[in-house]
Every structure is written in C-alpha cells, then in structure tokens.
Design a binder for this molecule. Sequence first.
Ligand code: SF4
Ligand code: SF4
Length: 285
Amino acid sequence: MHECILYKSLKGKSVQCFACNHRCIIKENYSGICGVRKNIEGKLCLLVYGVIISENIDPIEKKPLFNFLPHTNTYSIGTIGCNFKCDFCQNYGISQVKEIIGKKISAQEIVKRALKSGCKSISYTYNEPTIFAEFVKEIAVLAKEKGLKNILVTNGYMTKECMDFLGDYIDAMNIDLKSLNEDFYRKLCKSKLSPVLETIKYAYKKGIHIEITTLLIPGENDSEKELKEIVKFISGISREIPWHISRFFPMYKMKNKDVTSIGSLRKAEEIGKKYLKYVYVGNVW
Ligand code: SF4
Ligand code: SF4
C-alpha cells in the first residue's frame, strides 16, 4: 500500500488529509470523502497509486486547452473517485464508484507510452487528480525529465500545500469554475466555492498556464448576472485567461434538466467577449 505524503497524524490513530480543502479527519480503517485515501493502521494510504481506470490519446483541445500546445495530442489518464459529488457529473461512472477498480501500471510505463504515442504532454483528467496527487507527482517528475508537459484538468479544490507539492511540475491547468454562487457549490457539488477561487488566483500567480471551464446548466448558473460575475472575476486576474463555455446534457442526477440552448451559449459568449480576449463555446457540434 502506498503511503500518502499530504497528511498529518492526529491523536490516537486518526489522520488529517490536506490534499484538498475538505481536509478530512479520518479514523483508522476509514477513507476520506474521495474514497481513495484510507487510514490503514494510522497511516494515510493512496488506494489508487498505480491503478488507472482510463487511458487515452486525446487532442489537447478536448481537455479543453486551446491556448497551450495547440494541435498536439495529450496522453490522458484517470483513476476512480472524486472529492466532489456533482449531481451533473458527466463522468459519474468512474468518479462516484465505491470499489477500487482499474489496471495496475507504473509511472515509468505511463511516461513510456506517452512518448511512444508522440504526445507532447500527459493530462491527469477524467476524475479529480488532486485525490491522487502523490501518483501525479511521481509521473510528472519523470515526464518532465523526458521533455513532456504536465496538465491538470481539475475542479480546483486542491489546497495550497498540494499546489506547492506538485510545484514546478505542472505546466497547465484547466480549472472548472462551475458557478460564482456558494449555494450552487454546496447543493449541487457538496463542496465550497471560495477555495476554487483561491486556486485559480494561486495557479495564475505561480505562472501556470490556466484556462477556465464553465458548464452552463439551464436555470442553475446561466443568468446574465451570474455570467457577468464569472467573467469579471476571471478578467480581474487577467483578460488573457481563456474561458470555455460548455454545453450541458442531462446526466446522472440531473436527467430532468434541458440541454443548454444554443441561444444561451451565444449569450454567454457575448458577455464573455466584453471582458475576455479568448472565449470558446464547446460541446456543441
Ligand atoms: S483528497 Fe480525499 S481524503 Fe483528502 S481531504 Fe480531499 S476528500 Fe478528503
Ligand atoms: S468534480 Fe468533475 S468528476 Fe468530480 S463529481 Fe464533479 S463533475 Fe464529476
């Protein structure tokens, strides 16, 4: 079992994880909210270390990243589990499973496959990479040595300690900014907004290339007021940060919702372009 690094021991045999902002306090024989970091005999262990569920060669634009290594492929991997429980999760089949499943693979083998396939980068994607940060780091260090870039596709809930731990090995991030409303994060994702805003600012400050994605869900985060708040927040950091507006399709616990209308996507694009240099509408064609 692989011992995590991003945690501290507490009284008795309890531990506190600080990979993400849930900062779970975990008793012996229990796992944190993400389900993949378990307290075994007073040590926090990463159950998905070297166990991936998905592995694909994707165009980098699919992450989506449009202004970083354009027209290249990225070697994409993910494990099971997530620290969020979004009702609209488009990947719930891997993010919300309870048992540890996947195939074993070493960091060396992932880097070898990425190089062999001609990819210019490795993306930690499909589920939330923060929850397997220690495995990300091992791969990222090797990848960087071989000249590959490292990309996180993330909900942005990692702690500053986690960002610093991953350090200079992360070159680009696509960060979800799902809403600018605390209630949205609390009710629909079982998490909080403010740490996500901090991550976006911190990643930018660290010089990481960042792009932001907002999934536009009818009636939940698509009001003119909220869209303006989102783009004002992004442009307050830099109007050069690309913003991806993504189309929602009824999924998981939100099957009763409508697909985002083209009109609504266009309205968001129009608002975005008033404040930002790069606005992209995705998931449409
Ligand atoms: S990464 Fe998992 S165990 Fe750690 S604080 Fe977040 S949800 Fe809890
Ligand atoms: S953060 Fe992403 S992967 Fe995790 S539950 Fe939400 S939508 Fe799914």
